[in-house]
Ligand binder design. Structure first.
Ligand code: PEP
Ligand code: MG
Length: 550
């Protein structure tokens, strides 16, 4: 009965549409526009001319509605699965999720009332963002998937929601784990099914310690980062998603030291337009009104791929990335700069940071484009816009040797220690085989940074640091001793670093720096710092304490 099947499909599609709209509304306060972009993609797929049109064609050919849904979804997932691009491949799970919803509705199952008791671990081959957020997320203790990659959209959202997540556990027997007792150790990326009593006990202890540490750290939300001998350090937050801003404000960040503008670009299906960007940037700037917000221009290339603009390169870390890419695409750069300038109207807290700068001429070119856009936007908007301060990231070693020349052009410097470590030590930051070589405690890094701070101070140029090194309490203390007075980090590290600063006098930090500057081995440097922390009441900040050997 073709007309009956068509009617059933129409009902199912419209009920899934309203299900997704209500999900979108439900998540309105906890996820911001860019994190919810997936829902509008779903709605577009459900547009009468998209998936429903194809399904109806099959029904008219004689298929029943459920079979037609399955065929259409399978056809599309097969196409996506063949794609080389990771991001697009991962969209397969979203598509399957959408198919399941339509099917569930055709079968009159209500998928929105699944019970989930507190401390549940969510397991699946793949879990889509939509499937995750429709569940009572407060009851989810952890997420484990057998497929997926660490930069998938679901993982980004799970991280933002603070849910420990382990993905890509290839041998996970998903179908046999219902109601099994499990331990998920997202510190180490390990999963234990039906763990023996002793292991359970050990993890219970760790869990208790973690809760105790979190409770203890809470008091640092309202404290200032001042050493016992009175030296004050500014702690800023690194952001990308809106949830980072919310957490940063809650944890008392004094500004945004690095807004990774590529993150909203990554969560979209195409380059966002100028107006769309303006609205995103405005949210960031206005949440930190009266405080500095450092917005980095688009830093794509290498491991930061855009789903709709894949850059395939043999040697991508040394290739077309950061400012090299955007200067070759001045239209993309300009729309971003214009959007940032417009977003800053009346707030005046915008600072612009350039990634992957290697050569002075790159900055000269940017200054020219910026001046041009600044004049144009003021004319168009008929308002005066405060000219933003311009800074560069110190990530490429060449910059270390040309601070004099760069200081004449820019207002501030910010060290990207993640990339600086990668390039100074010639070690891929994402390659697990050489992870033992990658260390920000390497003597050459410490010496380079010490010289850099001094040079910047000589030129009276502010210098901060926004790589992971700033968020590690052990290195944060060294950075403070070197003379960095602004450290910018993920919101999850702010309280730990603040606690360390409140406990370590500057005189001790300087002594530690003197000690480690004489050492030639990163492991010894790290152990020396850990020894100090352990013997000065700061043992709970030493990460290696949390490693469980099984
Ligand atoms: C860095 O390289 O240290 C940095 C902060 O930038 P990203 O991690 O985004 O490359
Ligand atoms: Mg970098």
């Amino acid at each position: 009965d073709i007309s009956h099947e068509l009617r059933l499909l129409d009902q199912a599609i419209s009920s899934v549409r309203s299900e997704i709209r209500s999900l979108d509304e439900k998540m309105h306060d906890s996820l911001m526009a860019e994190e919810r972009a997936l829902f509008s993609v779903f709605l577009r797929m459900l547009d009468e001319n998209a998936l429903p049109a194809e399904i109806k064609e099959l029904i008219r050919d004689g298929h029943w509605a459920q079979g037609a849904v399955r065929r259409v979804i399978e056809k599309h997932t097969a196409l996506f699965a063949q794609m080389e691009d990771d991001y697009l491949r991962e969209r397969v799970s979203d598509l399957k999720d959408l198919g399941r919803r339509i099917l569930a509705s055709l079968q009159e199952e209500d998928s929105s009332h699944r019970e989930l008791s507190p401390d549940s671990i969510l397991i699946g081959e793949e879990i889509s963002t939509a499937a995750l957020v429709e569940l009572p997320v407060d009851n989810i203790a952890a997420i484990v998937t057998s497929e997926g990659a660490a930069n998938s959209h679901m993982v980004i959202v799970a991280r933002a929601l603070g849910i420990p997540t382990v993905v890509g556990v290839t041998e996970l027997p998903v179908n046999t784990l219902d109601d099994a007792e499990m331990i998920v150790d997202a510190y180490q990326g390990r999963v234990f099914v039906n763990p023996p009593r002793r292991l359970r006990q050990r993890y219970k202890e760790i869990q208790k310690e973690d809760e105790q540490i979190a409770k203890d750290l809470k008091q640092y939300e309202t404290k200032e980062a001042i050493t016992p001998d009175g030296v004050s350090v500014q702690l800023y937050v690194n952001t990308g998603l809106m949830i980072d801003v919310v957490r940063g404000v809650q944890r008392g960040a004094q500004g945004v030291g690095l807004y990774r503008s590529e993150i909203p670009f990554m969560l979209r299906e195409r380059f966002p337009g100028e107006e769309e960007q303006r609205a995103i940037y405005r949210q960031q700037l206005s949440h930190f009104a009266n405080k500095p917000v450092v917005m980095r221009t688009l830093d794509i290339g290498a491991d930061k791929d855009l789903p709709y603009f894949s850059i395939e390169e043999e040697n991508s870390a040394l290739g077309w990335r950061g400012i090299r890419f955007t200067l070759d695409h001045p239209e993309i750069f300009s729309s971003q700069i214009r959007a940032m300038l417009k977003a800053s109207i009346g707030l005046n807290n915008l600072h612009i940071l350039l990634p992957m700068v290697t050569t002075v001429s790159e900055v000269e070119e940017v200054l020219y484009l910026l001046e041009r856009d600044w004049i144009a936007v003021q004319e168009e908007e008929q308002v005066k816009i405060t000219k933003p301060k311009i800074g560069i990231m110190v990530e490429v070693p060449s910059v270390l040797l040309q601070i004099d020349e760069f200081a004449e052009l820019v207002d501030f410097f910010s060290v990207g220690s993640n990339d600086l470590t990668q390039y100074l030590l010639a070690v891929d930051r994402n390659n697990p085989h050489v992870a033992n070589v990658y260390s920000h405690f390497h003597p050459s890094i410490l010496r380079a940074l010490t010289r850099l701070v001094k040079e910047c101070h000589d030129h009276k140029k502010p210098i901060s640091i926004c790589g992971e090194m700033a968020g590690d309490p052990l290195s944060a203390i060294l950075l403070m001793a070197m003379g960095f007075n602004t450290l910018s980090m993920s919101s999850s590290n702010i309280l730990r670093v603040r606690k360390a600063i409140c406990h370590v006098p500057m005189t001790d930090a300087q002594k530690l720096l003197d000690d480690v500057m004489k050492m030639n081995n990163p492991l010894i440097v790290k152990s020396w710092l850990e020894y100090y922390f352990k013997t000065h009441g700061l043992a709970d900040m030493v990460k290696s304490n949390r490693i469980v050997n099984v």
